[in-house]
Write a protein that binds this ligand. Structure first.
Ligand code: UT7
Length: 325
């Protein structure tokens, strides 16, 4: 039986942190540090400087993941990159990353778009490629520059997001009950397309529609709390395990109150939930691999730990993965 296992993680946060007070002052927002901290848990975030694209952040995160895995760029035969803020309409950010990494072995490379669930989707897809035996070593990346799609006059959204990238190296593994991805579950429901969207595009050289992120925060919040609890149960059952066997929860970092709710439903103490939203804000597809990388590098999460990853985002999309590190 072939499994896929994580052999290296990496992350990249651009520039210096921007705290709530600085963000409010920079854009003259009618907001406060107290409101943002109390409602979301966010204290600061990072923004990519002008001219820095998702592939630049992905490059740094990927180099760190490759170094941690002890492998060279040309050892990779598959790149799956999750982003909603690609460098271009095409070529894919994954192809740009492949070039920047100097991969010349013809490795397959493509982008995947599932917004804040993007990394869980990308991990599930790469896992299936590796399990099928068609590929041996994948780079799975979440990379975002959400600052490019924020309306700085919309206080209900612009205080929530940040830029960053996270990456993992996923390799074929043959061990039974050893390290590996045990189960994944992915879902979507397009009927909820309007509650979180950037409903714009380019046509005939002109921007069409609204180029900014719009969100019905309360509707998203309620939906997220419900489906994250369901998909956590689903993936734990699919792995033939029980919630008390989960050592760590690494959730999408959107709002501390959503994370607290999920941890409570799993009967997991909040100390067992990796929290980076206070310092990263919501980095969409990058948030889970960034949180995982931070937890692994700090020694919190280590070899043999059972970890539940889960995310929810625009579309609506949601998903989870249960793995042993
Ligand atoms: O990554 C994808 C998943 N995304 C999420 O999971 C986000 C889910 N949603 C949320 O996290 C929360 O709904 C928010 C943090 C976005 C909003 O928190 P809330 O507790 O749901 O607040 P609300 O939208 O009900 O707004 C309450 C009040 C409103 O004022 P009124 O109408 O009561 O006078 C808002 O206009 O807070 C106001 N408000 C703000 N006040 C100060 C909204 N944004 C701000 C702000 N500063 N930045």
């Amino acid at each position: 039986m072939i499994y896929s296992r994580i052999t290296g993680t990496g992350g990249c946060l651009p520039g210096d942190p921007v705290d709530n007070a600085a963000l409010i002052a920079a854009h003259g927002l009618d907001s406060s540090d107290d409101w943002i901290v109390e409602r979301t848990g966010i204290r600061s975030r990072h923004f990519a400087p002008a001219g820095t694209a998702a592939s630049d952040l992905a490059l740094v995160a990927s180099q760190r993941a490759l170094e941690a895995a002890g492998c060279a760029p040309n050892d990779i035969d598959l790149i799956v990159l999750a982003t909603s803020t690609p460098d271009f309409i095409f070529p894919s950010t994954a192809a740009l990353l492949q070039d920047k990494l100097g991969i010349t072995n013809g490795a397959a490379a493509f982008d995947l778009q599932a917004v804040c669930s993007g990394f869980v989707y990308a991990l599930a897809v790469a896992d299936k490629f590796i399990r099928s035996g068609s590929h041996k070593r994948a780079l799975v990346v979440g990379a975002e520059v959400f600052s490019r799609i924020l309306d700085w006059q919309d206080r209900g959204t612009c205080v929530l997001f940040g830029d960053g990238a996270g990456a993992i190296v996923l390799e074929a593994s043959h061990g039974n009950n050893g390290p590996g991805i045990y189960a994944t579950a992915l879902h979507a429901d397009g009927r909820y397309r309007d509650i979180l969207a950037v409903a714009g595009h380019v046509s005939g050289g002109q921007p069409i529609g609204d180029p900014f992120l719009r969100m019905d925060g309360q509707a998203v919040f309620k939906f997220a709390v419900k489906v994250l609890a369901e998909v956590a149960d689903e993936v734990i059952r699919a792995a033939g395990m029980t919630a008390d066997q989960v050592d760590w929860l690494v959730p999408h970092q959107a709002n501390i109150r959503i994370m607290q709710s999920t941890a409570k439903k799993l009967r997991l103490p909040i100390e067992r939930c990796i929290v980076t939203v206070d310092r990263h804000g919501n980095t969409s597809a990058a948030s889970i691999p960034l949180a995982l990388d931070e937890a692994v590098r700090s020694g919190k999460i280590g070899a043999g730990d059972t970890v539940l990853l889960e995310g929810v985002g625009g579309g609506f999309t949601w998903g989870a993965a249960l793995l042993k590190l």
